[in-house]
Write a new protein. Structure first.
Length: 270
């Protein structure tokens, strides 16, 4: 049974919230090579500030994370709590950006009954990375870029149509590895059609469409001691406990969390 203390607030519901939901893999003890930790960052859109052309910061946010293997029950409870802390109420619209994975989508929709509406958007950062990780022959780069252009404008059907034509090109067919990657890309786009929006329009209107600035959160919480070719191995429980501390530190909520614990200790001691 998952027990997460919901932080009730008497504040008026904030009109809009943005949530970035993502995951990262941690090296595991035992026979399992790794396990996934889920992370969510929730903030008010006006708290996202531009530093320069390639860098933004979120001035105030709530970060939560879970490494538990419980069908995301803990993560969903933590995510709801984070949204409430940031002002979610019955009149709040929540924009959720995620990479298209089923677990991310499940977490996003878990709050749909607790807010005015929840809009799920396939994060442009992850779309862009899918394209970037496929090496295309020079003669075909322009055609491949056109597929991405259609997605940028929210035209998923046209992108899939052009991609289907692209994989039939003689040079592409002859490259088995490339053909496989392109078919995987096509499946990814088709499976996430409902979350694909007109990204250019959102950008021009000053609306959030990517979480690329927040990716450092994943790398910070799942840092060098937990990720990559390090000798340190983790149990789920151990990693989960460490993530709670790091999430609180990044949220700058550590002092308040300790005060809450301290008050409980005093009440028990009285």
């Amino acid at each position: 049974m998952v027990k997460v203390a919901i932080k009730q607030t008497n504040k008026k519901s904030t009109p809009e919230l943005v949530a970035n939901i993502d995951g990262g893999h941690i090296k595991a003890r035992g026979n399992d090579r790794s396990f996934e930790a889920m992370i969510a960052t929730v903030y008010k859109p006006e708290k996202l500030k531009r530093v320069n052309k390639s860098h933004n910061i979120i001035e105030e946010k709530t970060i939560v994370a879970s490494a538990k293997n419980d069908e995301q029950s803990t993560m969903k409870a933590l995510f709801k709590n984070a949204c409430i802390v940031q002002g979610m109420g019955n009149e709040t619209s929540v924009i959720c950006l995620a990479d298209g994975a089923d677990n991310c989508e499940s977490i996003a929709y878990s709050i749909s009954q607790d807010c005015k509406n929840m809009t799920y958007i396939l994060d442009w950062f992850h779309i862009s990375m899918k394209f970037q990780n496929i090496t295309i022959p020079d003669d075909n780069i322009e055609l491949f870029s056109n597929i991405k252009w259609h997605l940028w404008h929210g035209n998923c059907d046209k992108a899939l149509e052009r991609l289907a034509e692209f994989v039939k090109i003689k040079e592409i067919v002859a490259n088995h590895s490339l053909s496989t990657k392109l078919r995987t890309l096509s499946t990814y786009i088709a499976n996430n059609k409902a979350g694909i929006v007109n990204y250019e329009q959102r950008k021009n209107n000053g609306l959030v469409f990517t979480s690329n600035f927040a990716e450092s959160t994943v790398n910070t919480l799942i840092n060098a001691r937990q990720k990559g070719k390090q000798k340190m191995l983790w149990s789920r429980e151990g990693a989960h406990n460490v993530l709670q501390i790091r999430a609180a530190q990044r949220s700058k909520s550590g002092d308040n969390d300790w005060k809450s614990v301290e008050n409980r200790i005093y009440k028990l001691a009285a």
